[in-house]
Design a protein around this ligand. Structure first.
Ligand code: CP
Ligand code: NVA
Length: 310
């Protein structure tokens, strides 16, 4: 049975930890892995913009000895109305693995169901699993292990990065508190929280959702945020969202409540003066470029795992 990575619970906690450890080894000794995917092709389908995801996947595939095709949906029949079913059935007869950045999560499920080869979610409106594997690797590098850590996410709760972070923390046993405004539009999906809590229970950790940013920041080891205007939001939503999320900005006041050695994380792209102040993201506690770098090492590990080359 082929495996896909559409959301983090497609892996077990053990598999997630093994992928992170493999990524740490690839980063240490990349030459060991330079022929692992020789002769293999990755098709990368993009319906939204990207810097990090596109460049890290493409470079990662090259480093493993394989080849990657960048495929912009606006130039494809799928973007003109060809069904996902037909696209997946055809493309998966040419290539060995497919990754996709789409709008609706149901579309990537459809793609995976109709593909003969593994499918990786490079971001949907609902989840961004590859980002969080990279973030967990960065946390392990900076903090040594996941044990006893408290992570605080503040800002847009009903967000792909937030949902994947909730899953990821629960799966490795990090306590996570998400602070976001009340209301379905702004707070995490109840289904995600419910599913994550089952993992957290096994790990002996906590998943907390609150509207109090100070409660989240208090004694946190890691402060995380993401843009208030994701790729799928419309410009006319901006004024209302800025008003709603402003109390959740990560700034010096929030850091004053956290542990003295707390670090700052953000998947990027970031908008200084909105979800985070420039002094925080450009300051010594910020590890945003380590996160960005780890996208490549973890995606290499994810591809090796899904292609049975671990
Ligand atoms: N973090 C992230 O996914 O960045 P891109 O949108 O640039 O790929
Ligand atoms: N939540 C953001 C993440 C970007 C990597 C978005 O969907 O645009």
């Amino acid at each position: 049975m082929k495996r896909d990575l559409l959301k983090l619970p497609d892996l077990t906690s053990e598999e997630l930890n093994s992928v992170i450890d493999l990524a740490i080894d690839i980063k240490k000794s990349p030459d060991k892995y330079s022929e692992k995917l020789s002769g293999k092709t990755l098709l990368m389908i993009f319906a939204k913009p990207s810097l990090r995801t596109r460049v890290s996947f493409e470079t990662g595939m090259t480093k493993l000895g394989g080849h990657a095709i960048y495929y912009d949906i606006s130039t494809s029949p799928m973007g003109k109305g060809e069904t996902i079913h037909d696209t997946a059935n055809c493309a998966s007869r040419y290539v060995d693995i497919i990754s996709a950045r789409l709008f609706d999560h149901e579309d990537i499920v459809d793609l995976a169901q109709n593909s003969r080869v593994p499918v990786i979610n490079m971001l949907t409106n609902m989840t961004h699993p590859c980002q969080i594997v990279a973030d967990l690797m960065a946390i392990k590098e900076k903090k040594g292990s996941f044990k006893g850590l408290k992570l605080a996410f503040m800002g847009d709760g009903n967000n792909n990065v937030t949902h994947s972070l909730i899953y990821g923390c629960a799966m490795v046993g990090i306590d996570i508190t998400v602070a976001s405004p009340e209301g379905e539009e702004y707070s995490p999906s109840k289904d995600v929280v419910k599913e994550a809590k089952k993992f957290a229970e096994k790990q002996g950790s906590k998943v907390v959702v609150t509207d109090d940013a100070n409660e989240a920041a208090k004694d946190a080891d890691i402060l995380v945020t993401d843009t208030w205007m994701s790729y799928h939001h419309k410009p006319e939503q901006k004024a209302e969202r800025v008003k709603m999320f402003s109390p959740y900005q990560v700034n010096a006041e929030k850091f004053a409540l956290a542990k003295p050695d707390a670090i700052f994380m953000h998947c990027l792209p970031a908008y200084r003066g909105y979800e985070v102040t420039a002094d925080v993201i450009d300051g010594p506690k910020s590890i945003v470029f380590d996160e960005a770098e780890n996208r490549m090492w973890t995606e290499m590990a994810i591809m090796l795992f899904l292609m049975g080359k671990m």
